[in-house]
Design a protein around this ligand. Structure first.
Ligand code: AMP
Length: 135
């Protein structure tokens, strides 16, 4: 895609700290990291997000995470990692080329997500809404 930042990084038109590349995926450091070694795992095929792209590309992304995460941890002395995707503007997505955030974590890092406490009824309602539309 001509006007896509991440397509330009794959093509080498915009510089990036490349970490890994294979036939289907490309990995580079995030320039605004939330942890040391925060990186982005992206498909070479352009798609706005995970479900706009093919299931094959989705599987390739996770295969790359599976392949590199242990080495990333070993190389950086990380003791864990988070993976995440912002899917859509309201979820915080800023770059509309599918990407998985792979964020190494270290011993004194705190929990990322703030939990809330829904009632059993609220949980049931949410689950019901989802089950009703799942095919
Ligand atoms: P998201 O908010 O999920 O769309 O994440 C986009 C990510 O891309 C952000 O964490 C940015 O810091 C990162 N980013 C934006 N431009 C670049 C760039 N030129 N090189 C590396 N990372 C970038």
């Amino acid at each position: 895609m001509i006007n896509c930042l991440f397509c330009k990084i794959i093509a080498g038109d915009i510089p990036a700290e490349k970490i890994f590349e294979d036939e289907n995926t490309f990995v580079f450091l995030d320039i605004g990291p939330v942890s040391k070694g925060h990186m982005l795992v992206i498909p070479k095929n352009h798609a706005e997000n995970l479900t706009e792209g093919s299931v094959e590309d989705a599987c390739s992304l996770m295969a790359t995470v599976h392949k590199i995460a242990p080495d990333v941890m070993r190389g950086l002395g990380a003791t864990g990692y988070n993976i995440g995707m912002n899917h859509g503007k309201d979820a915080g997505q800023e770059v509309f080329h599918t990407h998985i955030h792979l964020m190494p974590r270290y011993e004194k890092d705190s929990r990322l997500f703030v939990k809330f406490q829904p009632s059993k009824e609220e949980l049931h309602e949410v689950a019901k809404k989802i089950r009703e539309v799942l095919s």
